[in-house]
Write a protein that binds this ligand. Sequence first.
Ligand SMILES: CC(C)(COP(=O)(O)OP(=O)(O)OC[C@H]1O[C@@H](n2cnc3c(N)ncnc32)[C@H](O)[C@@H]1OP(=O)(O)O)[C@@H](O)C(=O)NCCC(=O)NCCS
Length: 353
Amino acid sequence: MEFSPGLRGVVAGETSISTVGKEGTSLRYRGYDAIDLTKNNTYEEVASLIIKDSLDGDEFKEAFTKFYIAAIEDEALSKYLEDLKSLHPPVGMHPMALLRTIVSGGEEIDSDTEIELVARISATVCFAIASYHNTDTNLLSDKYLVASSLLPNDASDEMLEALDDMLILYAEHGFNASTFATRVTASTRADLTGAIVSGIATLKGELHGGANERAVELINSFNTVDEAEQGIYELLEEKKKIMGFGHGVYKVQDPRSPVVKNWVEQLVDNDFSKNRFEIAKKIDEIMDTEKNLFPNVDFYGGLLLAELGFEVDLFTPIFVAGRSVGWAAHYFEQREQDILIRPAAKYIGPSER
Ligand SMILES: CC(C)(COP(=O)(O)OP(=O)(O)OC[C@H]1O[C@@H](n2cnc3c(N)ncnc32)[C@H](O)[C@@H]1OP(=O)(O)O)[C@@H](O)C(=O)NCCC(=O)NCCS
């Protein structure tokens, strides 16, 4: 049997949900171009497309609103969240560990509709993230519902639209590590909640969901464009990898990156963020000329989330908020196919003794 480390290049299953990186760059959800979806549709419509192949987002919106309001009114849930946050003082529980725990502890509801099952998990995740803001987050926008559940009540329409686009671009990405983990769990006929918990646990790792955090930390480590220029050349000299560049599947361009970069450009409004954006563009320019590498979604994605007011350790939880619909769609597809995923291993231990 042929061995491919990390399953690179191995076709590990069949899917109708998305295609990633055809001709080196495109991303399509059920045949629709994801970039067009950011222009023409909302996250709720795209979530419905990904889950049940329909761009009518009404059922998702209704279910999400119901569960989000129930979460706001659930005093025991709020107390549980606060208790979890105060674990591991002085820093508290990492928001990703908190999400994993809170989703895991949720009751599996009895519902016939896939949308309801997913919307409950999605609303729980968004409520937990919102609980980190110090201002009220209970006003829901009709147009950008999920985005509004994550941002404070005074967020502008522009901010809501930017986050809505980010969530669309995070929603689905083929057989990446967390989605594959979700499918492995689904393949044993385990429950949806357990499969999503596998996804969250897998996304937490820095080789997967954490690159946006590292990219912003890198940008923030420089005070000026000149400092950044010198610093990046030094890192490249030392053969260090620059976080937020390159991609395992896209070979020409990450199609999500220009959308995110445009939003950063539109939202920067003070000297600090303008300077940060200039530093980012300089790093981008050097990576292009020196390494012929393009920014992936995480490079400007981290900056966008920072611009929207999220702390760095909430970046990956926002990724969860977007991706939970992709994981769920893969869960349902895998259950439908009903094939246990059980690969073979190449034995490299001692010979018989
Ligand atoms: C994403 C990633 C793993 C894709 O890897 P890949 O396509 O398999 O490419 P490789 O890691 O094999 O790298 C190929 C070459 O490009 C270089 N390279 C790739 N990404 C680089 C980066 N971000 N910074 C500097 N050099 C990079 C490698 O050093 C290697 O150079 P070499 O041939 O001289 O050894 C890789 O680009 C990376 O680690 N990027 C940074 C992390 C990141 O942003 N992850 C989020 C992905 S969405």
